[in-house]
Design a protein around this ligand. Structure first.
Ligand code: G3H
Ligand code: 13P
Ligand code: NA
Ligand code: ZN
Length: 330
């Protein structure tokens, strides 16, 4: 059944687990996410970006979600709007039947320029007022995520901060977070603690603590009833980078967030963990490998290579459900 993010994350907080939120724009991703959840009895958060809705088409995405709910009636499913850039986008998601929306007011509507606190509060509070009236949850964001941090520092876009972030003023400020929650009443809050979006988070293997777990603790202490969200939480599996590169790909050396650091975050209040890149890498690697395998060079049935991609994504989903403790909680 579809449930709200607030319902799921209240349960997660009570039982001390975290839930991966996987991005979706097609049926194969939904199959992978739900087959894995079914196998280990985990609740599910699927999230769609505006790009996902444009790719699939609003009606297709809406009916894919309906199909997921019908096919897995025993699995609690949250359908969440990822990075809504404006109240209008969040309202469209609500009309599409989403049970949770992210109003990302940390940036202006162009999703490039940093906004100020008052703008962020104003747009987020507008969304909360409407969403809560119809039982839909709201995620806000405060702080500067890594990708923007590197942009502000004049680095090439998409190449995250190297090693541990030491620009502590760009991490989410606990007092500001508390004031933001007081004024907006959001259910969940995305915080900046050293992650960035995409495949290029760190250009060296992580050594020691790369996330600011102290900052998670400080924020959680100020807003214990607001569920913390970690964006940019892909681990960028080296195994899949190697498979992609062994089959015609050319991904430069890159590293992500180790799963055990995410688990440490979950111990201190992180409840929703956004993952897109890991499933993109697994799908791409599995399809490349399938296409080049000696027995497959005359294969033209797309179901065969799509299935290879589904199996690869499914293994990552199940590993995350188990590591984050949502397995067994459906
Ligand atoms: O944070 C963004 C997600 O990875 C979704 O990416 O906008 O390309 O669908 P997208
Ligand atoms: P990754 O790029 O690390 O998978 O993060 C996805 C995300 O935060 C979507 O909102
Ligand atoms: Na989101
Ligand atoms: Zn994100």
């Amino acid at each position: 059944a579809l449930i709200s993010l607030r319902q799921l994350l209240d349960h997660a907080a009570e039982h001390g687990y975290g839930v991966p939120a996987f991005n979706v724009s097609n049926m194969e991703q939904m199959h992978a996410i739900l087959q894995a959840a079914d196998a280990c009895n985990s609740p599910v958060i699927m999230q769609g970006s505006v790009g996902a809705r444009n790719y699939a088409g609003e009606a297709f995405l809406r009916h894919l979600v309906a199909a997921a709910v019908e096919a897995y009636p025993h699995i609690p499913i949250v359908m969440h709007q990822d990075h809504g850039a404006s109240p209008a986008i969040c309202m469209q998601a609500i009309r599409s039947g989403f049970t949770s929306v992210m109003m990302d007011g940390s940036l202006r509507e162009d999703m490039k320029t940093p906004s100020d606190f008052d703008y962020n509060v104003a747009v987020t509070a507008r969304v909360v007022e409407v969403a809560h009236a119809v039982g839909v949850s709201v995620e806000g964001e405060i702080g500067v995520l890594g990708s923007l941090e590197s942009r502000l520092a004049g680095k090439e876009d998409g190449h995250g901060a190297e090693g541990k972030l030491d620009h502590s003023q760009l991490l989410t400020d606990p007092d500001e977070a508390a004031e933001f929650v007081r004024q907006t009443q959001v259910d969940a809050l995305a915080i900046a603690i050293g992650t960035s979006h995409g495949a290029y988070k760190f250009s060296r293997p992580p050594t020691g603590e790369i996330l600011s777990i102290d900052r998670v603790k400080a924020i959680h202490a100020r807003i214990p009833n607001t569920h913390l969200v970690m964006h940019g939480s892909s681990s960028v599996p080296q195994e899949w980078r190697d498979i992609i590169n062994a089959h015609g790909g050319d991904l430069p050396p890159t590293w992500g967030v180790p799963v055990d650091e995410i688990v440490e975050g979950i111990r201190h209040g992180v409840r929703k963990v956004n993952i897109d890149t890991d499933l993109r890498m697994a799908f791409t690697g599995a399809v490349r490998r399938f296409m080049q395998a000696p027995g497959n060079t005359r294969e033209i049935d797309p179901r065969k290579f799509l299935q290879a991609g589904v199996s690869a994504m499914r293994a990552i989903c199940q590993a995350r459900y188990e590591a984050f403790g949502s397995a067994g909680m459906a």
